[in-house]
Design a protein around this ligand. Structure first.
Ligand SMILES: Cc1ncc(COP(=O)(O)O)c(C=O)c1O
Length: 315
């Protein structure tokens, strides 16, 4: 793709995992608007018609697919720019991965899979490149997947163990991964799960929980970072913004003391240029409320009551 010479346009609001494959490229960041996480389609189209761009990456934030993506895709085709859609958060939304050259997805965020990723390649000239990639069965994946399942079953997720930490605790995992140096097949556990899940059931459960948060929080002093749920969207979570970092941090602490460990999407990767407000706002002032199907309505109500209680105290 000539990534080192020509520019790669990447959204300023991103996590380190999403951007890390591009760190050796000539990266240029573009702004993402709040609320709604809108992508500046006109600005991107203008850029690709005037500058040397090899690829544009777009992220479908919290399950939402940018409605003007087809326009950007048409322009990318015209100017020979590869459009990559990161569907890590939108895998189960309807119509994802249709208006791009290559779509990538992570299974574990929306499906009960411990690992695994997916590609969709729409550009016929890129298909042979991907077909030539040999996938190996890696025992390291099965070991890591088993650890993830154990953590899940024992409800140890509160310890916030992630793969990086695993690899620190069990350095042999990292060594094995580095040794393999090839694309690995997903674990046996992941393959098995994929034959059993019903995406429609997951999607309905997530949408119901998203609507619950919207209804419960509408009278509180919080802003919705993603105020609407499109008909085709299967949400990853319900991101909200508080008035200040101090309020947000107090709320995180209050909830954590009561066994509720809310996520923040995301800390700002340190190479994002200053001047973009969305990544900072999200890192400092947001939390993402969970919408995963296993979360019972009683627990949702409990979290909602706690949020109301703490907001009355700290705001
Ligand atoms: C938008 C986005 N892209 C890519 C990734 C990487 O996914 P994984 O860590 O499952 O490979 C993430 C993970 O948080 C993400 O949120």
């Amino acid at each position: 793709l000539n990534l080192a010479e020509k520019k790669v346009l990447f959204p300023c609001y991103c996590c380190i995992e999403a951007v890390s494959p591009f760190l050796d490229s000539n990266l240029c960041f573009y702004d993402v608007e709040l609320p709604g996480f809108h992508i500046p389609i006109d600005e991107l189209i203008d850029k690709i018609s005037h500058e040397q761009i090899s690829a544009i990456v777009v992220i479908d934030y919290f399950g939402q697919v940018e409605s003007r993506l087809p326009e950007l895709y048409e322009a990318c085709k015209e100017y020979n720019v590869v459009l990559i859609e990161d569907c890590a958060q939108s895998l189960l939304s309807n119509g994802v991965g249709n208006f791009c050259h290559v779509a990538t997805a992570s299974l574990r965020k929306l499906m009960p899979c411990p690992d695994g990723g997916a590609f969709k390649i729409n550009a016929t000239d890129l298909k042979p490149i991907f077909k030539s990639v040999k996938m190996k069965r890696g025992v390291v994946n099965d070991i890591a997947a088993l650890l993830i399942i154990i953590i899940d079953v024992l409800h140890l997720e509160e310890l916030n163990l992630n793969r990086g930490l695993f690899e620190k605790i069990f350095p042999f995992l990292k060594r094995m991964k580095q040794k393999t140096r090839s694309v690995m097949k997903p674990s046996h556990f992941c393959e098995r799960m994929l034959t059993r899940v019903n995406p429609d059931v997951i999607c309905t459960a997530r949408r119901e929980r998203w609507l619950f948060w919207k209804d419960q929080l509408k009278t509180l002093d919080v802003k919705f970072a993603m105020p609407t749920l499109a008909d085709n969207a299967c949400p990853l979570g319900f991101p909200i913004l508080f008035g200040s970092k101090n309020i947000r941090d107090n709320i995180l602490k209050f909830m954590s003391k009561r066994g509720i460990h809310l996520k923040v999407h995301w800390p700002v990767p340190n190479f994002i240029p200053s001047g973009f407000t969305t990544p900072l706002k999200m890192a400092d002032r947001s939390v993402t409320l969970p919408v995963f199907p296993e979360l019972s309505w009683a627990k949702m109500k409990h979290i909602s009551n706690l949020l109301k209680e703490v907001l009355n105290k700290v705001v």
